[in-house]
Design a protein around this ligand. Structure first.
Ligand code: ADP
Ligand code: MG
Length: 464
């Protein structure tokens, strides 16, 4: 009797501990303010009243445009920045990083958090193996053990064959992997990757994202990924949006799937750049998705030409030529085939948007105007890429829905749901995927909508 009671009490206590442990965030930032060059003429107020929590075992994205304070924030969390011009609290694993002594900080940096730096930060005079083993030196791991551990980590990243090379002898992608391996030394429970995709091509960028996700799912690490590229926020348990040194929004709606990236991108851009016009938002969203993995300079240049193209300052041929022209000759420097594809996608969207804007103008003048032809054209365009059969009844229902959507009589969400609803319930009876595809395409050309054809574009472009 006593025994049973005791067991159940122990279980309960364990459960309580478990709940406390699980529910306490592993990182808790409270009212953090930070200045560079405090009280000097060059003072920068880099972080403003930042509050955020990261839970144990989560995959969290810090998302925001360049200069919004992401690196400042993660360097403070990781104990890299030691300037004392910050106020507030940064609790990591129950310790306040801002209050740690110099010695405590040094140990925290080696074992508490592994940081993957944007510019790799490898030591040029050490081999890859020694770079990875270095953090273990600081915590007194004997040399043989260090090298053995470093080799294991490198092998996991497919980098063991480069162990004896120097950083200079590696490609950008390989250096990045060496940087990731070094962040894993000493098994830190938290991994922070500061813009790990910035310097990588799309294939390497995909690998890095997958690996970070694996560190969370298989190794149970808490992972923070810092990015300004909307396409890369997928799979996050939590997205923390930053702007001008502050947190503007926290999204915990859960894992973002591929299908959700498109609307999300436009939504993100709209939230981050509320002052931009729809066309400017379109430029940002398109470039985010088409130029995944490109450097910010290339993206800037792409956005410039896309903007010129959308506003009609350059024609299709010039746009395509500028995409293809080498970077050092003032072009974007894309691969020929990629330039052709991106230009084709862009032209298709521009043409359809143009038609649609005319239709919307007509509707403004005459709201009850019948649009049979226009709706049927738009429906045909939206169906492009769908190879299944559409019978008369479906077509009729579809046109009815498109017409309602055009007239603002039904929100985008309801439109998509109606496409997916079975015919018996007065829907079109498309699969969820087809419904999403068609609705994405339609929304892409609606004036308030977002760039279309993008999901297809991503697949096509990245498959080139
Ligand atoms: P992000 O990583 O989001 O691009 P940063 O954290 O690098 O943003 O920069 C935030 C702001 O702080 C910017 O205005 C930047 O110019 C400024 N800043 C960053 N590092 C320093 C520094 N070492 N000294 C002075 N100002 C800095
Ligand atoms: Mg940065």
């Amino acid at each position: 009797m006593w025994k049973t009671a005791r067991n159940s009490t122990v279980r309960m206590i364990r459960m309580i501990y478990f709940l406390i442990y699980m529910s306490a965030p592993i990182i808790d930032v409270e009212e953090l303010n930070f200045y560079y060059d405090y009280k000097l003429p060059t003072e920068t107020y880099a972080l403003k009243d930042v509050n955020l929590q990261v839970n144990q075992g989560d995959y969290v994205v810090f998302f925001g445009p360049s200069g919004c304070g992401k690196t400042t924030l993660v360097y403070l969390i990781g104990g890299i920045t030691t300037e004392k011009s910050g106020t507030g609290k940064i609790i990591v694993n129950n310790a306040d990083v801002l209050q740690l002594s110099r010695e405590e900080l040094a140990s925290f940096r080696q074992t508490g958090i592994g940081i993957i730096f944007q510019n790799f930060n490898l030591i040029p005079s050490l081999t890859v193996l020694d770079n990875v083993a270095l953090p273990m030196t600081f915590v007194g791991v004997p040399q043989e053990k260090r090298r053995e551990e470093a080799r294991k980590i490198l092998a996991r990243l497919g980098m063991d064959i480069y162990a004896e090379r120097y950083p200079m002898e590696l490609s950008g992608g390989q250096q990045q992997r060496a940087g990731i391996a070094r962040a894993l030394a000493n098994n830190p429970p938290i991994i922070i990757a500061d813009e790990p995709l910035g310097n990588l091509d799309s294939e390497n960028a995909e690998h890095v994202l997958k690996f970070l996700k694996e560190l969370q799912e298989k190794d149970g690490r808490t992972v923070i990924m810092v990015t300004h590229e909307a396409w890369s926020v997928r799979d996050a348990d939590k997205i923390i949006y930053m702007k001008d040194g502050g947190v503007v929004k926290v999204d915990t709606s859960g894992t973002v799937t591929n299908a959700e990236i498109i609307p999300l991108t436009a939504q993100l851009n709209r939230e981050l750049y509320p002052d931009l016009s729809t066309d400017e938002i379109m430029v940002k969203s398109l470039s985010n998705l088409l130029l995944r993995g490109f450097s910010s300079d290339e993206v800037k240049r792409f956005e410039f030409f896309l903007d010129e193209r959308l506003s009609g300052k350059i024609d299709a041929a010039t746009f395509e030529a500028m995409l293809d022209r080498p970077y050092h000759q003032e072009g974007v420097g894309l691969w020929k085939q990629r330039a052709l594809k991106i230009s084709a996608i862009t032209e298709d969207i521009i043409a359809e948007r143009k038609k649609l804007i005319e239709v919307l103008h007509e509707l403004e003048k005459e709201p009850e105007k019948s649009l049979t032809m226009e709706v049927s054209d738009l429906r045909t365009w939206a169906l492009k890429g769908y190879n299944g059969h559409v019978d008369d009844r479906q077509r009729h229902r579809l046109d009815d829905l498109v017409s309602k959507r055009l007239r603002g009589g039904i929100p985008a969400d309801d439109f998509r749901k109606a496409l997916n609803l079975p015919r018996s319930k007065d829907g079109v009876g498309f699969s969820l995927r087809t419904a999403q595809h068609i609705s994405d395409r339609l929304e892409s050309v609606l004036v308030s909508g977002l760039p279309g054809d993008i999901k297809e574009a991503i697949t096509n472009v990245t498959n080139v």
